[in-house]
Design a protein around this ligand. Sequence first.
Ligand SMILES: [Zn+2]
Length: 374
Amino acid sequence: MFFKDIIGQSETKQRLIQSVKDGFIPHARLFSGPEGSGTLPLALAYARYLHCTNRQETDACGTCASCQQFNKLFHPDLHFVFPIVNKKGSKEAYCDDFLPEWRQFIAGNPYGNLTAWLRKIAAENAQGLIYARESNEILRKLNLKAYESDYKIMIIWLPEKMHETAANKLLKLLEEPPEKTVFLLVSVEPERIITTIRSRTQNLIVPPIADEDLAEALNKKYTLSAEDLQFIVRLAKGNYEEAIKIIDSTGENEIFLDLFIAIMRNSWKRDVKNMKTKAEEFASMGRDRQNSFLAYAQRLIRENFFYRLQIQEINYMNKKEAEFAVNFSPYVKEDNVIAFMDELALAERHIESNVNAKMVFFDLSMKIAVLLKQ
Ligand SMILES: [Zn+2]
């Protein structure tokens, strides 16, 4: 990751580059910003720039020995700490056990969030943590002599996921930092990091990516109509990963919209036979997609309510959804919108707690039939 690869954030990049030129290299920086804003890519580009032995005006050179090691994310003076799951294979795990997957993850999806990382290590349903035992590893690595660089750099991704014991050890390190060591903390929820750690870091607040920068980046990678591009950028709210997700799920969105329309029609007509058919279809989708659909349905109800109120500027519907809203929105009113949302949220909870999906869906269709006639 080079500075030139980062989407937007020109002011933040400029600040980082200038600080290196000025010789101002704080021993701990805290990059805090929302998911998909590029905090980790910024930390990586900054680390590369610091280590580069032939720094250029606005970026690392890309060819020196250090840069070559960075290309493979394999640099003896670059260390990573990140949330993991408790065990790998049968033994207690350390971050280093996940390094091959981690390198792939940050090379392929540096804007990814914790969920994406946990999916990468097939631990979606687990909670990622930085365990207490990791602090011994951190100490060990920092006690190593710097191999070939001026600095040892330790990137800690999501320090808010640190076990208390590890956090306290880190605090001690920040209080008396080992020489020539730079900590780069990368956080989504900095308010969950203990204040004593935060107060010992140079805080760098990274904003969401600006709409025009996000649009430019998406335009380079995809062929999108101006209309679709505008829609995706509005929905993504400065989160690059989210924008990619929206583009990837466009096919799925269409399936969800068709299903949503079918439920509403069947319920309106009280067509029990087709309600049952659709319930079977829903049951066959698998739990993840069932929940995605229910989340989608809640969004569409909310959008239709706003559409009916003619609040266009907060409307986030694509063309097909908006076409359906012309006829459907009159049915989403002040006196049933809350009940609609509650029923969908309840269905989501039932799916999560493993209630029979067919029953949940059929029940939901019946309740919608009542709500539509209100
Ligand atoms: Zn270089």
